[in-house]
Design a protein around this ligand. Structure first.
Ligand code: NIG
Ligand code: FE
Length: 387
């Protein structure tokens, strides 16, 4: 197994409490990668010899971003819907059905090409792990093939048959829940690690969500939830009740929701690109952090409510609009994302972790929020390999 020494690291974000609070930042640091893993982390002066070395020229190195929420398997786009929103039409999840129709009509190769394009876009922006959901198929065959396509690109695949009730079941939502918890689940579970439900007025209510998440868990999937996006509602409470890994969106929370997240340990996934693209109020990250809730930042990249694949954009929004410090936002985009996916091998640069790195053309992680919109990620490594 060959080793690579990285030097010239002006700021190294390890997320290792041994090296300091929150980000465990080291200055004038070095890092050794052996095969696919981190073998050594420390000061440049005490760096061991390695088979080869790479001088980074005083740049910042971070754990690659962990994007714990994305909907990448779809066809078409909804740029016109976005334009209408920007001139006053409110967002409604009804647009999901437009994408469902386009997705059902697309060939597998076309869906895979879209995922490949978006994953490449993400990697260029420093993302090294992405969760990918189904949810624009909503038939047994279309959900199964969406997940099969997703599984070509990630291990973090999520079955979201319960995205909305499709038009053909408009008069029989209970029949659709039976399908989602029955034959569709059986077909999806072969390719999925997670089960998700959109709990919202106009999508699924608390009882339906419980049934869907419990059925998914019985089939070996772990739960995550779309919760409290468009208004207050039962999503967060259901997520805590079933022991979900994450409750995502968390835009409209009561004090009881915040308490439930804090005491259950369910991660709050905040998705600020959605509030940006739907011109909605941002979630209050400060309130969650002050209550001791673990916060993850993710893109929620999808063709409807927000079509950004950029974790640096989410970090900048979180700092500017959600009362997070730059350090908190970077932690949430790396270690927070890993927590939301229940992963301990990613989201930090410690010995034995997967060598997933983002190198910035900047001296410090602070520049991610300080220089919004600037493509600062200059190299991305996944499992020790440049991508
Ligand atoms: O996470 N909330 C539900 N699903 C997506 C939106 C999907 C769409 O509008 O196409 C979301 O925002
Ligand atoms: Fe989503």
């Amino acid at each position: 197994m060959s080793s690579l020494l990285l030097t010239g690291i002006s700021s190294l974000v390890t997320n290792d409490p041994e090296h300091g609070p929150l980000l465990g930042e080291l200055h004038d640091a070095a890092l050794v990668v052996e095969g696919s893993k981190i073998a050594w982390v420390g000061s440049r002066r005490s760096a061991p010899a390695a088979d080869s070395s790479l001088e980074l020229g005083d740049r910042a190195v971070l754990p690659g971003f962990v994007d714990s929420h994305a909907h990448l398997v779809f066809a078409g786009d909804r740029a016109e819907e976005f334009a209408a929103r920007m001139t006053g039409t409110p967002y409604s999840a009804g647009g999901i059905r437009t994408t469902v129709a386009a997705t059902r009509g697309a060939a597998d190769e076309q869906l895979a090409a879209t995922v490949a394009r978006l994953v490449a876009e993400m990697r260029r922006q420093g993302t090294t792990t992405v969760e990918i959901k189904s949810g624009y198929g909503l038939t047994v065959a279309d959900e199964a093939r969406s997940l099969a396509v997703a599984a070509e690109f990630t291990d973090e695949t999520t079955y979201l048959g319960a995205h909305v009730v499709p038009a053909e079941f408009a008069d029989d939502p209970a029949g659709y829940v039976d399908l989602v918890t029955g034959p569709m689940l059986t077909a999806a579970a072969k390719h999925a690690k997670w089960v998700d439900v959109f709990v919202e007025r106009g999508a699924f209510d608390a009882d339906q969500a419980r049934a869907i998440l419990r059925a998914g868990q019985a089939a070996g999937l772990a739960a995550r939830v779309h919760a409290n996006q468009l208004g207050e509602g039962p999503g967060v409470q259901v997520a805590c009740e079933v022991g979900a890994a994450a409750a995502d969106h968390c835009t409209f929370l009561t004090a009881a929701d915040v308490d439930a997240l804090a005491s259950s340990g369910v991660v709050a996934g905040l998705l600020p690109a959605i509030e940006f693209s739907t011109r909605s109020p941002y979630p209050d990250a400060r309130r969650l952090l002050d209550a001791g809730v673990t916060v993850a930042l993710a893109t929620d990249c999808n063709p409807g409510s927000g079509y950004s694949s950029s974790m640096p954009f989410c970090i900048a929004l979180a700092v500017r609009e959600m009362r997070m410090s730059p350090a908190e936002a970077v932690w949430s985009a790396t270690a927070g994302g890993a927590a939301a996916l229940r992963r301990t091998d990613i989201g930090r640069l410690t010995v034995g972790a997967r060598a997933d790195l983002a190198v910035l053309d900047a001296p410090s992680y602070l520049h991610l929020a300080y220089r919004p919109g600037v493509p600062l990620v200059t190299r991305t490594f996944i499992a020790g390999r440049p991508v």
